[in-house]
Design a protein around this ligand. Structure first.
Ligand SMILES: Nc1ncnc2c1ncn2[C@@H]1O[C@H](COP(=O)(O)OP(=O)(O)OP(=O)(O)O)[C@@H](O)[C@H]1O
Ligand SMILES: Nc1ncnc2c1ncn2[C@@H]1O[C@H](COP(=O)(O)OP(=O)(O)OP(=O)(O)O)[C@@H](O)[C@H]1O
Ligand SMILES: [Mg+2]
Ligand SMILES: [Mg+2]
Lengths: 256, 256
C-alpha cells in the first residue's frame, strides 16, 4: 500500500478536492484505494456523501486507541474506494496527546495494521495547519502530494511546508519523499497564475506534475451532491484533469 | 477601541484579504486602525509589505510575556494603519501554553494595555483553525466578522464556527457579538454562489452585510506588491467593495 499525504498549511488550495478526486479516479481505474480524512472539518467525509451524525466511530477514536482502524473503514458509492471518516472532535487530539511518548506516530501505527486489506493506494487529507494531525500524516506516509494554488500567499507558504517535511523526514520518517506539486484552480487567463506556474516549474522542475487542475465550478458543485466530480459530471474539465492526474501518478510508479 | 476578530476555520475564504483591506479602508477614511496578525502563516504581515526576516519581535513574544504589545507595533505605508506582525514560531504557542491558567486570555490582556493609543478599530486576522490562537482572538474581541466564500464546504463549516463562538461567549467573553457575515469571492454568474447567498441571507437576514466582495484578481495580485488593494489599484472592483464595506461598518456603529 502506497500512502500519500495531501498537505499544505495554506487554506483553501484544493487539498480535499484533490484527495477525493484523485482517490476516486484511481478507484475508477480498478485500483483499490483508501481515503483517510485527517481534518476535523471532515470535508472529505461529507464530500463523499457521508452524514457525520450517522458515524459511530472515526479517526479520533482510532488515534486515541479506542477503536481499530479496520473497524471504522466505511464503503462509498464506488466499490474500490473506502473512507476513514473524521469529525470535529478530532480537534481535541493535539491537547490530549501532549506528553504522550509516540504522539506523532499514532497514525503510522494504525495504518500498518491494515497492510493486509489489499489497498494499492491510501490518501491522507490534511487540515490547513502544521500541527499534530499533519505531522502524524507526514510520519505515516511514503510521500507528500502538495496541491498549490497559483497565488502569492500559497507560493509564500511553500517554504515553511518544505521545511516541515524536511524536519519530519530527519526526525520521524526517513522514507518520506515529495510525490510532487499539483497546480490547482489554475486559470490561464490570469497573469498571476501564469507567473506562479513559471516560477514553480522553474524552481521544482520534474517535481511538478504535468497535469494542471483548471478552475472549474463543477468541482465546487460536486461536494454539495456528496459525490466525487467523476460521479457528478465525468465529462467536465475538472474530472478529466483528475483522471489524467491519476494516470500520471500510476505511470510514475510503474502501475499503468 | 472596537476589537473585531476576522475568523473562519475554513481555509482560503478571504480572512486575510478582508482584514487587510477593511483595515486599510478605515485608515483611508481617517480612522486610526490596528491590524493584528494572529496567524503563524503571517500573511497579513507579508501582505502589508513587511519582510519577516527584519522583524525583531512579534505577537508570539507578546503572548509569552517577553515583550509589551506597544513595543512590537509597526507603522505601515498608511499613516493611520499600524500592524502587529506574526511569524511561523507562533505555531508553538498551543503546546507551550498547555496548563497555563489563563491561556485563552493572553491576547485580551495585551490589547487592554494599548487602549490609550487612540486606535478606533483593531482587526485580528485568524488562522484556519479553531485552536488556541483563534480562541484567544475571540476572547479578546467585541465582535466577530465572518468572511464566507459562497461554496459548499464553507457553508457547512459555519455551524461549527457559530457553536465555537457561542462557547467562547458563554465561558470566556460574555460581550462577544456577531459583527456580521461578509460574502467573499462572489461570482454572480455561478448558480452555486447565488444559491449559497440566498440560503445565507434567508437564514441570517440583517446579520449579512449588504456589501458583497466580488471575485477580483487585483485582490490576489496586491499582496505580491506588499500593499492593500486600495494602494495597489483603488479603482478596481475589489477595492471599491472593501471601501463600501468600511462605510457600511462605520454607519452601523454610528461612526459615519
Ligand atoms: N479546481 C477547482 N475549481 C473550482 N473550485 C475548486 C477547485 N478545487 C477546489 N475548489 C473549491 O474551492 C474550495 C477550496 O477547496 P478545498 O476545500 O478542496 O481546499 P482545501 O485546501 O481542502 O481547504 P482547507 O484548507 O479548508 O482544508 C472548495 O469550495 C472547493 O469546492
Ligand atoms: N475577492 C477575491 N477575489 C479574488 N481573489 C481573492 C479574493 N479574496 C481573496 N483572494 C485570494 O484568494 C486566496 C485566499 O484568500 P486569503 O488568503 O485572504 O484567505 P484566508 O481565509 O485568509 O486563507 P487562510 O485560511 O489560509 O488564512 C489568496 O490568494 C487571496 O489573494
Ligand atoms: Mg480540506
Ligand atoms: Mg489568512
Amino acid at each position: 500500500m502506497r500512502i500519500i499525504c495531501v498537505a499544505n498549511q495554506k487554506g483553501g488550495v484544493g487539498k480535499t478536492t484533490t484527495a477525493i478526486n484523485l482517490a476516486a479516479s484511481l478507484a475508477a481505474a480498478e485500483r483499490k484505494t483508501l481515503l483517510v480524512d485527517c481534518d476535523p472539518q471532515a470535508n472529505a467525509t461529507s464530500g463523499m456523501g457521508i452524514d457525520g451524525k450517522t458515524i459511530r466511530a472515526h479517526l479520533y477514536h482510532v488515534l486515541l486507541g479506542r477503536e481499530k482502524l479496520k473497524e471504522v473503514i466505511l464503503p462509498t458509492e464506488m466499490p474500490l474506494l473506502s473512507l476513514v471518516p473524521s469529525a470535529p472532535s478530532l480537534i481535541g487530539l493535539e491537547v490530549e496527546m501532549v506528553g504522550h511518548p509516540s504522539r506523532e506516530r499514532l497514525l503510522a501505527k494504525s495504518l500498518r495494521e491494515i497492510e493486509d486489506l489489499g489497498f494499492r493506494y491510501a490518501f491522507l487529507d490534511c487540515p490547513p495547519s502544521l500541527g499534530l494531525l499533519t505531522v502524524n500524516a507526514l510520519t505515516a506516509s511514503h510521500s507528500v502530494l502538495i496541491p498549490l494554488q497559483c497565488e502569492y500567499y500559497a507560493l509564500e507558504g511553500l517554504t515553511n511546508l518544505l521545511r516541515t517535511i524536511r524536519l519530519v523526514k530527519a526526525r520521524l520518517n526517513p522514507n518520506l519523499e515529495l510525490e510532487g506539486i499539483v497546480l490547482t484552480m489554475f486559470d490561464g487567463r490570469m497573469n498571476l497564475a501564469r507567473q506562479v506556474e513559471a516560477e514553480v516549474r522553474g524552481h521544482f522542475g520534474k517535481k511538478v506534475f504535468d497535469t494542471v487542475i483548471p478552475r472549474n465550478v463543477r468541482l465546487a458543485e460536486a461536494p454539495s451532491h456528496g459525490k466525487p466530480a467523476i460521479l457528478y459530471d465525468i465529462s467536465c474539465a475538472g474530472s478529466r484533469a483528475y483522471l489524467e492526474l491519476a494516470w500520471e501518478l500510476m505511470r510514475k510508479h510503474g502501475d499503468a
